[in-house]
Unconditional design. Structure first.
Length: 174
């Protein structure tokens, strides 16, 4: 069996109970937007902290639960001593890190040039977070949050159905 991903000596693990729209709940209450957020939350199937820690223990042999920091937002990272950190492992509770955008920006802004930033997602995928992957995940998050694919498919079905109905009407079919 091949060895799993290696974790460096001074590693910090970041976890948050991310929401689909983390900043929105402060401004909106009981609206259609919050119902949409709850629906999207159930679709992304976020894992809890205990699950993510057990997954990290299984995949990363040198994982230490005492190195896990629970963050609420990017301002929570102000207490981190970035000079002493060799690696940051972000524990996404879901598959694509929905709700982590501001924290990722803060980590990438404050880290030193030698600090490695990795992700362990809820599906057990471990990878280094680079600019291209982050951009791809931002697009996936946008598509998931806006339901663009679902609305596009719905519009296509409505248009095709209308056109077929009109075509049948012209040809005298019922």
């Amino acid at each position: 069996m091949a060895p799993g991903p290696q974790v460096m000596a001074n590693t910090v693990f970041l976890f948050q109970n991310s929401q689909t729209f983390p900043h929105l709940s402060k401004w909106v209450s009981g609206s259609l937007v919050l119902r949409l957020a709850r629906y999207l939350e159930s679709r992304r199937n976020p894992r809890d902290r205990d699950y993510m820690e057990r997954l990290a223990e299984r995949l990363l042999p040198s994982f230490d639960r005492s190195n896990v920091q629970v963050v609420q937002d990017a301002s929570s990272l102000a207490v981190v001593n970035w000079e002493k950190i060799d690696e940051v492992v972000i524990l996404w509770a879901d598959a694509n890190g929905t709700g982590w955008g501001s924290i990722e920006r803060a980590v990438l802004k404050h880290k030193t040039s030698s600090t490695r930033v990795c992700v362990l997602n809820g599906r057990g995928r471990f990878f280094e977070l680079n600019k291209w992957d982050r951009t791809a995940f931002k697009w996936r998050r946008l598509l998931e949050k806006t339901l663009a694919v679902e609305f596009g498919l719905m519009l296509t079905i409505v248009l095709i159905t209308s056109w077929l109905t009109f075509w049948d009407f012209l040809r005298g079919r019922r």
